[in-house]
Design a protein around this ligand. Structure first.
Ligand code: GLY
Ligand code: MN
Ligand code: MN
Length: 442
């Protein structure tokens, strides 16, 4: 009996092969090769960051950390994986593919990345995805490297997730939820950013190099640094707030989750977190097939502006704050993005037929501008921040008088708030993988 994973993966690779066959026939190629990549050394060095396979490879093969492999698609044939298992006493060679996923592919084990070159020379019209530097010999026969039309079509194929991909993202959320619970407990017990980070990775059970992105672990005003990258080993003397944006990875599929916390004595900031959390849940409910993500982003601005007005930070109506750009001083990033084998997954700013869909001028950071479709998985991550650089600009603007700067100054040391979930667009109700994961944990 094949396991559930074997069935889901077999259907996934069938779905992917079918998409790829169609694209190859249309563009006049008989073969597509997708390389998994090679580690890239630091300049003038023999050391490299943790290896991560190219995303188009991971979108087909559940081996996100194995270099020098080549996946071969030929129209009408089962995909073949040239799996490189080098004889290497410096590193542990990867185990040969076996079991549940290997059955869905033709597997050829090679001992060196050049072994497959000869075998593949017979193709007449070949397209290749990879880096020129890694593939030199393969490209001598006139193969097209990363042809833009083909890449665009592969990207488009990744926007609607198969049941296998949904399962991986859901499981990644289960892992992330465990990490978030451990991080919240560490914050409560007085841990530093670095100690919280360690508690997170221990609970998730993944090395930082396996996580889909560099975790953001910020105490107090560090919560206002959108991609805060430092992990201070010192707990600050004031105990105000904590923002953690950290994910997990399952067969290369990402979870991207943010939560914000405070200590019980800061009840007015806690009320603000609660208000953002409630607004975020209402936005998640609106993740429906057919809705424009740009419209949803505007609704997020209105929701955050409502909170700013009710909290007495800005004395303007939410509509005015949106129209004048005042809400963007407090929410300078986009509402969310596609998520998959890349945390900011591809094709967010093109239409299904490949037309460019740039974000409106007012929202340059918005990473998703499409109408949503069943099978899309998106993040919903509204936030409210007190970012000194932007507050200085607001203070110098004509809207300064409408801001209660005493309230702003009171909250600035708390940094900011973000709440982020991963949500599947379905034919009917949205599926919130993150809330489900936290629910199961409880
Ligand atoms: N973790 C980065 C983001 O939320 O997009
Ligand atoms: Mn995030
Ligand atoms: Mn995100």
């Amino acid at each position: 009996m094949p396991t559930q994973d074997a069935l889901l993966y077999a259907r996934h690779i069938e779905y992917r092969s079918h998409q790829i066959d169609e694209v190859l026939s249309e563009l006049g190629y008989d073969t597509l090769l997708i390389h998994s990549g090679c580690p890239e050394m630091h300049l003038f060095d023999d050391q490299h960051p943790p290896f991560r396979a190219h995303a188009p490879f991971v979108a087909c093969v559940p081996e996100p950390h194995t270099p020098d492999c080549l996946l071969e698609f030929r129209v009408g044939r089962k995909p073949r994986l040239w799996f490189c298992q080098p004889e290497d006493f410096w590193h542990l060679p990867p185990s040969p593919p076996a079991g549940w996923w290997a059955e869905a592919l033709d597997i050829e084990i090679v001992k060196s990345p050049t072994d497959w070159h000869e075998v593949l020379r017979k193709s007449r019209s070949m397209s290749v995805i990879g880096r020129e530097r890694d593939l030199g010999d393969l490209l001598h026969d006139g193969a097209d490297l990363n042809p833009s039309r083909l890449v665009a079509r592969l990207d488009e194929g990744r926007t609607r997730k198969s049941a296998w991909e949904r399962e991986c993202i859901a499981r990644a959320n289960d892992l992330a939820a465990r990490g978030h619970a451990a991080a919240a407990a560490a914050f409560e017990s007085g841990a530093s950013e670095f100690e919280i980070h360690l508690a997170y990775v221990a609970a998730v059970g993944q090395d930082p190099g396996e996580l889909p992105y560099n975790s953001i672990v910020g105490l107090n005003e560090h919560a206002a640094v959108l991609h805060y990258q430092v992990r201070s080993p010192q707990r600050p003397s004031r105990d105000l707030s904590f923002l953690i944006d950290a994910g997990a990875s399952v067969f290369g599929y990402a979870a991207d989750v943010t939560r914000t916390w405070t200590q019980p004595e800061h009840s007015s900031f806690d009320d603000l977190i609660e208000a953002v959390d409630r607004a975020q849940m209402r936005l998640c409910e609106q993740v429906r097939s057919g809705i424009s993500f740009v419209d949803l982003h505007r609704r997020a601005h209105l929701a955050m502006a409502t909170i700013l007005e009710q909290a007495g930070v800005v004395n303007m109506s939410p509509d005015e704050m949106l129209a004048t750009g005042v809400s963007s001083y407090f929410l300078p990033h986009g509402l969310g993005h596609f998520i998959g084998v890349q945390v900011h997954d591809v094709a967010g700013k093109v239409s299904p037929s490949g037309q460019s869909l740039p974000p409106p001028e007012q929202f340059p950071a918005l990473r998703l501008t499409r109408d949503l479709e069943p099978g899309n998985v998106v993040t919903i991550e509204p936030g409210l921040y007190f970012i000194p650089m932007l507050l200085d600009k607001l203070r110098a603007s004509e809207f300064s008088k409408q801001v209660d700067w005493r309230v702003v100054e009171e909250w600035q040391p708390f940094g900011g708030i973000r709440v982020e979930d991963n949500v599947l667009v379905s034919e009917a109700e949205p599926v919130n993988f993150t809330r489900q994961a936290f629910g199961e944990l409880a």
